[in-house]
Design a protein around this ligand. Structure first.
Ligand code: ADP
Length: 221
């Protein structure tokens, strides 16, 4: 294995743009872990930890969790051994202060991001997509009733657990999350473009088309 090659990637995109799905795929392709703050936070809620109790209401109402909490989660996670050759960050950073904190964390280790991929999807398409999204409460895997169907009924392909709709995928909440994305997260595109790290792809209806566009955009990594 070539240990010099690193894949430290950030995926950006509106809620439901397909970040999680692409992250799951890229994690296999590059043999680096996926770090999804949304999955970690939902697991904390499910497990009833102190963090879970603190963030439950915020998440269910489509509000962002405080920067310090997510920065602490990511700081610990990327320090683990399996992140040595990289990671696929999905859902973090979501604000400029989070991006600055990530730069500092990486800088302290003498490393840096390799690329930031933004998946672009129009707001009106997002709202339609979200209604069909289903997630596994146990392992966090994400599905869609039309675009990414589970192999076996309404059960998770990985662990066989029944799939559910997310509380924050209700239309009213999705609108708030989209607003948070445009106000707080979209400015990260300029932040990373200025560092020469940003690559952009159009999210397509068909998963295979988006995957092909992502692979093409990242081929020079
Ligand atoms: P999506 O990408 O579909 O919006 P996520 O699973 O990434 O969903 O996030 C779900 C929710 O978790 C967000 O709406 C927010 O409340 C919280 N969250 C996840 N990541 C972060 C983050 N980096 N900063 C603040 N809040 C976050």
């Amino acid at each position: 294995m070539n240990t010099n090659k690193t894949y430290r990637l950030v995926l950006l995109g509106a809620p439901g743009a397909g970040k999680g799905t692409q992250a799951e795929r890229l994690t296999e392709k590059y043999s680096v872990p996926q770090i999804s703050t949304g999955v970690i936070l939902r697991a904390a809620i499910e497990a009833g930890t102190d963090l879970g109790k603190k963030v439950k209401e915020l998440i269910e109402n489509g509000k962002l969790v405080p920067d310090e909490d997510v920065v602490a989660i990511v700081g610990q996670r990327i320090a683990e051994k399996d992140c040595e050759n990289g990671f696929i960050l999905d859902g973090f950073p979501r604000t400029i202060p989070q991006a600055e904190a990530l730069d500092r964390l990486l800088d302290e280790n003498g490393t840096a991001l390799d690329a930031v991929l933004s998946i672009e999807v129009k707001d009106e398409d997002i709202v339609t997509r979200m209604s069909g999204r289903r997630v596994c409460k146990k392992c966090g895997a994400s599905y869609h009733v039309v675009y990414k169907r589970p192999k076996n009924g309404n059960l998770c392909d990985n662990c066989g657990t029944e799939l559910v709709s997310r509380e924050d995928d209700k239309v009213e909440v999705v609108m708030g999350r989209l607003e948070a994305y445009h106000k707080q997260t979209a400015p990260l595109k300029d932040y990373y473009a200025a560092k020469g790290l940003l690559v952009t792809v159009q999210g397509r209806e068909e998963l295979a088309d988006t995957s092909a566009a992502v692979d093409e955009a990242l081929k020079n990594l």
